[in-house]
Design a protein around this ligand. Structure first.
Ligand code: ADP
Ligand code: GN1
Ligand code: MG
Length: 344
């Protein structure tokens, strides 16, 4: 669809803007909308393969915005701009589009370079969850049902072992066996999920560093990409920060020498997150901080491997063995994480 036509569904003067592809996000197609070479809006095409019901996302965003507005938090979260007919997104030929203001003088990072950046990003994710104190997170709709439910992911893995590509199952037998040997991580999740000591909160569920905006001084400004924000557990947000900020090599790196845990970054994440969350966390939640990393790294390895066995139906791939390589990478990170945790 022609981006200017879509923009015209939100703005009367859409012809006066220049629209360009933007960002490194993997899920949506993102465009920056500029005037006089300055970014003014972000236009996004919502990925319907991943988000089956964009109305649920719109409902969640509106509920969160209303709560924050009433409380007058002065807390910056970019919420969508309404269409000319008052809707949260435009629908054209069954495809969903939305427009958000570009937060001025900000940029996002694709890699966490040091502990300072880890602290700044974690501060925002903690601040985000903490600002919903008093909001019933159960009101939010699950935009991806079972998203961080490790038991559900385990069942999807079992299905892939039964019905997946037999050659790939044989090829990955070492990794399959490692995942099975670590099933205690699933058992622990089941206990946590049932425990009243773990609170359901407004949880972002995609705490990669490119979902935080930074200013030129290197300070974090706010979180973005709220599509997976649903009711959840702190192990999701903390765990995905550990998974994605601790290692100098990211999940695409095939040089496993670069995949290891930087303990100073781990400390920084915990400190940053606690700035707003310390007085809201239960003692039992505090004691599960170490588990959070194991939980998320293991779940990501399981999801990449499941997708490999299913012939790559979910994650975009750049080459045939991409999901297998990502699995090896995440298992390497898991091994280093577990050994570092044993030594503290
Ligand atoms: P995806 O779901 O594909 O990851 P995001 O919503 O995270 O999409 O957007 C992709 C990128 O666009 C972000 O990493 C960020 O660089 C930029 N971006 C998104 N929203 C804004 C905004 N409101 N202001 C400034 N930059 C933004
Ligand atoms: C996807 O959108 P992106 O690339 O940040 C995935 C995450 C995975 C991640 C792994 C909706 O996130 O859960 O951790 O890939 N998001 C969805 O790279 O499945
Ligand atoms: Mg994003």
């Amino acid at each position: 669809m022609e981006p200017h036509y879509i923009l015209g569904l939100f703005l009367k003067d859409s012809d006066t803007y220049v629209i360009k592809q933007f960002g490194a996000g993997l899920i949506h197609q993102t465009f920056v909308v500029e005037k006089n070479e300055s970014p003014v809006y972000i236009l996004q095409h919502i990925n319907r393969q991943v988000f089956k019901n964009p109305d649920d996302i719109a409902f969640n965003l509106a509920s969160m915005r209303d709560f924050l507005e009433v409380r007058n938090f002065g807390f910056l979260v970019p919420f969508p701009i309404r269409t000319n007919s008052g809707h949260m997104h435009a629908v054209v030929d069954g495809e969903f589009y939305r427009l958000t203001s570009f937060i001025k003088d900000t940029f996002s990072l694709n890699e966490c370079q040091d502990a300072g950046q880890a602290y700044e990003a974690a501060l925002q994710f903690g601040r985000f969850s903490a600002s919903f104190d008093g909001f019933d997170s159960k009101l939010l709709k699950p935009s991806i049902p079972g998203f961080h439910d490790l038991q559900f992911r385990w069942h999807q893995f079992q299905d892939a072992l039964k019905n997946g590509n037999a050659k790939r199952i044989e090829y990955a037998k070492k990794q399959i066996s490692f995942i099975r040997d670590n099933h205690n991580i699933v058992d622990q999740f089941i206990k946590i999920e049932k425990s009243a000591d773990f609170l359901q909160r407004v949880t972002h569920h995609d705490t990669k560093i490119n979902n935080v905006l930074f200013n030129k001084q290197g300070k974090s400004v706010c979180v973005i990409d709220l599509d997976t924000t649903m009711s959840g557990l702190i192990i999701s947000d903390l765990g995905d920060m550990f998974r994605t900020y601790l290692s100098p090599g990211n999940e695409e790196d095939t040089d496993l020498q670069k995949v290891f845990v930087r303990m100073d970054c781990m400390q920084a994440i915990v400190e940053g997150y606690k700035e707003y969350m310390a007085d809201k966390m239960t003692t039992v939640e505090m004691s599960a901080i170490g588990y959070a990393g194991e939980f998320m790294i293991y779940m990501q390895a399981l999801r990449f491997l499941t997708d490999f066995l299913n012939d790559d139906i979910y994650y975009g791939i750049r080459h045939e063995m991409n999901n297998f390589d990502r699995t090896i990478n995440q298992l390497q990170l898991l091994k280093d994480y577990q050994s570092q945790m044993r030594s503290v």
